[in-house]
Design a protein around this ligand. Structure first.
Ligand SMILES: Nc1nc2c(ncn2[C@@H]2O[C@H](COP(=O)(O)OP(=O)(O)OP(=O)(O)O)[C@@H](O)[C@H]2O)c(=O)[nH]1
Ligand SMILES: [Mg+2]
Length: 332
């Protein structure tokens, strides 16, 4: 029986054969397996690919039982998500990534006035109004320095913040290097995720740019240095010396995540503003009920919703679309 593989399979297979980095080979092998149509004609191909995946896993992750003399295995290619969203800060050396994580979270990253100071990723929690968001500080990306685990970390994150130093004389080159290095690993940084993706091998990551070390009080035009090359991105002027700009960055991160906060309220009680339900934008009353319990969603008769200046305790159906800040009272 013919295997009938899609043309993209052969393209990806060529890249797999060329690729030297075992982490990237593992990811490509997993993609190849997922892309393979599952029928009798591909049985052998599937078995071969599964065997390759097992071998690569062993190479990348190391054996489960450590034997004497095993090489050091780093586990930087995954950070457990915490809070309502995972945000990864990336950028050229010395741009201020660690300083931003230091300013916005309780994590204590290493900060230095020389480049290549950060050698490993570090996560910390940031509070934005009523939600907790996870920030990840990362080592820099440069022409001859690119940690092999970074593509995996970026792929898993919900949002990328590209941090650039507006005063860097190599600003344009440094930014172009980041975009190119990631594209080589099939990651495209975009302002908006396209509705239809032409090439499924590429991961599109929603990205905002922090035009950092930007003292707007002294120079209002400083974000323009970035805007002239990357005008289609949301560019946020930032400086750790300016609390207002840092607050703006927090808000920009939250709103770029594409999530909403919905506060619950028990009948006859005040709303709970401490622990909101987090939903993707466009989430409905039913989606909100589902986050509490599947049975709860099934039993739901109706809900009442309060929304900023729009509706005051209006009785709504399960399909009602909620907005950030809405208050909901479930009736079962
Ligand atoms: N003027 C000014 N300096 C800053 C600002 N943020 C960071 N710096 C300085 O920039 C230098 C680099 O900061 P880091 O936070 O270590 O930069 P990084 O991007 O983490 O650097 P690598 O880990 O080497 O890639 C340090 O000397 C910081 O004090 C800022 O907003 N304004
Ligand atoms: Mg750093």
């Amino acid at each position: 029986m013919p295997a009938n593989l899609p043309p993209q399979y052969y393209e990806l297979e060529r890249e797999f054969k060329k690729e030297k980095d075992p982490r990237e080979r593992l990811r490509l092998a997993q993609e190849l397996l997922a892309m393979m149509p599952k029928h009798k004609g591909t049985d052998k191909l599937q078995a071969d690919m599964k065997a390759k995946i097992s071998k690569l896993k062993l190479e990348v992750e190391g054996p489960t039982q450590k034997k004497h003399g095993d090489r050091h295995v780093d586990t930087h290619d995954h950070i457990e998500k915490e809070g309502a969203g995972q945000i990864i800060l990336i950028g050229p050396p010395n741009s201020g990534k660690s300083s931003i994580v230091d300013a916005l979270t309780a994590a204590k990253p290493f900060i230095a006035d020389y480049p290549f100071a950060t050698r490993a990723p570090l996560a910390g929690m940031m509070t934005f109004e009523t939600v907790q968001l996870q920030l990840i500080d990362t080592p820099p990306i440069a022409e001859d320095y690119f940690e092999s685990y970074l593509p995996s970390l970026i792929r898993q994150a919900d949002l990328v913040v590209l941090v650039v130093d507006v005063n860097d004389p190599e600003l344009e080159k440094g930014m172009a290097t980041v975009f190119r290095k990631l594209e080589e690993k099939r990651i495209v940084l975009t302002s908006e995720i396209p509705e239809s993706i032409d090439d499924p091998r590429f991961a599109h990551k929603r990205t905002i740019i922090a035009a950092h070390k930007c003292n707007e009080e002294e120079d209002r035009s400083c974000p323009e240095k970035v805007r002239q090359f990357y005008s289609h991105f949301h560019i946020v002027p930032t400086s750790i010396l300016d609390d207002k700009l840092m607050e703006n960055l927090k808000a920009a991160m939250f709103f770029s995540l594409g999530i909403i906060r919905v506060y619950t309220k028990k009948v006859g009680h005040e709303p709970d503003f401490i622990d909101p339900i987090i939903l993707p934008k466009g989430g409905t009353v039913e989606d909100a009920a589902m986050t509490l319990h599947k049975d709860f969603a099934q039993k739901l008769q109706y809900a009442k919703v309060w929304g900023k200046g729009k509706y005051e305790g209006q009785k709504v159906k399960n399909s009602f679309v909620l907005y950030d800040g809405d208050i909901i009272e479930f009736h079962i």
